[in-house]
Write a protein that binds this ligand. Structure first.
Ligand code: PLP
Length: 504
């Protein structure tokens, strides 16, 4: 630790690297200090009074941190060294598809021709951007087997709500509002939340002994009040719903629609398409399946693609090919309206198109094949250490269970996941899906090499040995990381905002 005087004259201990507390940016603030910015516009350097009339200005001074560029860069660089990231190492966080994101996608998104365009610019001035959006929509429709898409939703959950609103609009247009949406008990928590936000009631369908939708229970739950079903395929256990065509027929027979939660699309890219399985509405998490680093909550993009009978309800305005070849904005005839202030998270969309184009059809197929191969390698290698909840061939992720460690040594899945951080790997997803005891969901993704998978497996085997040798120490892991074991429930229940912490 190095002791230094904080800007502002207060003596404090601020680390350069290590385990100590980094001051908040507000604690580093000194009135009047600022970073340097090159003037890049032709707007004359004039006073604020001339630029923005006083009646349009907020009379209150906004409490922003005032720091030099040097302090700013140092602060965020130090914080970044205390984080785990996709650029640092393997990040097998199941269901999240934290694959390494190739840098060429960032280079394309950084092109000033793309990123300095205002989203409100008239269509005739931004033909290139509109072409990009139309091309992406068309390619996503080919990948999913659907007819049209909206690129507006900002992430997967936003896509889910959009999909539910489309489902509702479709049924209401047929004079048949309906009441319930079916969801398997292995579903992600955003699914029931979206159903409720969309104004429907949830009916939960149990999984069978193979970890798949129980077809008989599904048929028993169907009726004329069912608006549809939300399914993830492969499901959140990493297992492919083998009876998907029977499920689709049964739901369609009662007039319901099939919604595809595309969080796991990485597993089937170029191999099988949701549209061909019978789905009517599909959301994609571009930030998972294609290229955008999305750790820490963003940014994302959750386009929703639909079959022809739902295309007129899509949000608008959307970029379209106009007559005469020019691109234009247009709104579908029975649109549910906007679901985003602008046209979606544009830079995530640009990265996704770059990723799709560079890989091509065969490349995308190899992405899925390698993702599935890696997950199965890990599942098989760890079968004696952490047995799989459903021990058979999985898709792109495997759900293992630490219940044997819990019953024998009192070591829980959470302890294993925390100890993995000390080994230089990000933790897997824990305690999801809820139907698996001490669930540890590993999604190695296609971007990790065999050597990395071997190191990950060895690290898990070392942790399992520690469970035998010194279970108590494992319950306090991690010890060698910048932040050791935290009480996660307390952090969520007693939120202390940065401003409160800085005494503001
Ligand atoms: C199966 C599944 N569905 C939906 C979502 C929600 O996606 P997002 O985080 O982009 O809102 C996730 C997120 O991890 C997920 O794993």
């Amino acid at each position: 630790m190095r002791s230094q005087a904080l800007p502002g004259g207060r003596a404090a201990s601020a680390p350069i690297l290590g385990h100590d507390t980094e001051p908040t940016i507000f604690e580093m603030s000194v009135a009047g200090r600022s970073a340097f910015q090159l003037r890049t516009t032709g707007v004359p350097a004039t006073s604020l009074d001339e630029l923005v009339p006083s009646e349009h200005r907020n009379p209150e001074v906004i409490a922003l941190a005032e720091v030099s560029e040097r302090d700013l860069v140092g602060h965020f660089t130090r914080l970044s060294h205390r984080q785990f990231s996709v650029d640092l190492g393997a990040y097998p966080l199941g269901s999240c598809t934290m694959k390494y994101n190739p840098k060429f996608c960032d280079a394309i998104a950084a092109d000033p021709g793309l990123n300095s365009v205002h989203p409100g610019a008239p269509a005739e001035l931004v033909q290139g951007w509109l072409e990009l959006l139309v091309t992406l929509e068309e390619k996503l429709c080919v990948i999913t087997g659907m007819s049209a898409a909206t690129l507006q939703p900002a992430a997967g959950a936003a896509g889910e709500l959009t999909g539910l609103l489309l489902m509702r609009a479709y049924h209401e247009a047929n004079g048949d509002a309906r009441k319930r949406v079916l969801i398997p008990d292995s579903a992600h928590g955003t699914n029931p939340a979206s159903v409720t936000l969309g104004g429907y009631e949830v009916t939960t369908i149990p999984s069978n002994e193979r970890g798949l939708v129980d077809l008989e229970a599904l048929k028993a739950a169907l009726g004329p009040d069912v608006a549809g079903i939300m399914l993830t395929n492969p499901n959140t256990l990493g297992l492919f719903e083998e009876e998907i065509t029977e499920i689709a027929t049964a739901v369609h027979d009662v007039g319901g629609l099939l919604y595809y939660d595309g969080a796991n699309l990485n597993a089937i890219l170029g191999v099988v398409r949701p549209g061909d399985m019978g789905f009517d509405i599909v959301h994609m998490n571009l930030h998972k399946t294609f290229a955008t680093p999305h750790g820490g909550g963003g940014p994302g993009a959750g386009p929703v693609a639909v079959s022809a009978r739902l295309a007129d309800f899509l949000p608008g305005p959307k970029a379209t090919r106009g007559v005469g070849g020019a691109f234009e904005w247009s709104t579908p005839s029975s649109s549910i309206g906007r679901v985003h202030g602008w046209h979606g998270n544009a830079m995530v969309l640009a990265r996704a198109l770059a990723y799709i184009d560079v890989h091509g059809g065969d490349g995308l197929k190899r992405v899925a094949q390698h993702a599935v191969l890696n997950a199965n390698w890990l599942r098989h290698r760890l079968r004696d250490t952490l047995p799989a909840a459903y021990d058979r061939v999985c898709m792109h992720e495997c759900v293992l269970s630490a219940s044997n460690l819990k019953s024998k040594y009192g070591v829980r899945g959470l302890d294993v996941a925390k100890a993995l951080l000390e080994e230089g790997f990000h933790s897997p997803t824990v305690y999801f899906p809820l139907i698996v005891d001490e669930a540890l969901m590993f999604e190695p993704t296609e971007t990790e090499s065999l050597q990395t998978l071997e190191s990950l497996a060895e690290a898990i085997e070392r942790i399992a040995q520690r469970a035998i040798d010194d279970p108590e120490a494992l319950r306090h892991a991690p010890q060698s990381t910048p932040v050791s074991r935290v009480d996660e429930a307390r952090a969520a229940r007693h939120l202390i905002s940065t401003e409160d912490a800085a005494g503001r």
